[in-house]
Design a binder for this molecule. Sequence first.
Ligand SMILES: N[C@@H](CCC(=O)N[C@@H](CS)C(=O)NCC(=O)O)C(=O)O
Length: 216
Amino acid sequence: MGTPLRLHDYHRSSTSYRVRIALNLKQLDHEIVPVNLLAREQQGEAFRVLNPLGGVPVLEADGAPHPQSMAILEWLDERFPERPLLPAGIEDRFAARELAMAIATQLHAPLNPPVLEYLKLELGHAQADVDIWYWHWLERTLTGVEARLAARGAGDFLFDAPGYFECVLVPQLYNARRFAFDLEPYPHMVRIEAACLTDPAFVAAHPDKRPDAHQG
Ligand SMILES: N[C@@H](CCC(=O)N[C@@H](CS)C(=O)NCC(=O)O)C(=O)O
């Protein structure tokens, strides 16, 4: 390995949590550089050199910044092929990407804090409207992903062991629980989450494990 891996992240950011799990599953040594989103450090000049879009995570590696969590997961598998996150067969890789992308693009993206802030502060929507928006995307996307898992007869994981999909699922369910969303209608996802949370790679990546967790 060249330069050490350095992850700029925020403990409660679900996109950061995805990458922490991936680094742990792949057993890659890394350094964590906390970025305090509440203090808006992501908008500072120093951070914008790493990611002009201003979001975490950013993985500094091989002398370059790598923003965008899904691109980072793919990069990690290409750069460090041992302990792959994605399965071997093309159809299985498709299934992992399909379900992970559904969560990343049709659930995380519309619920990201800058989107919610824009609805409220720029477009003038009341908090009640923003809450309706939030629950709508959670229910709509989780229902679709749950149906796909049921159709596949998924067990404790999408495949034999946790990987790409679980890196994305577990942080999103952590968020859903934080916002008191009822997960009872989604038994496949809840079972996969429970199995993952017994795995040391997931335990070590959990936001509450972080020394900066007290920041809120
Ligand atoms: N699509 C990006 C989203 C990155 C992102 O928006 N991260 C959030 C935290 S989950 C963030 O930093 N938000 C603060 C901001 O954008 O100001 C990814 O997957 O990395």
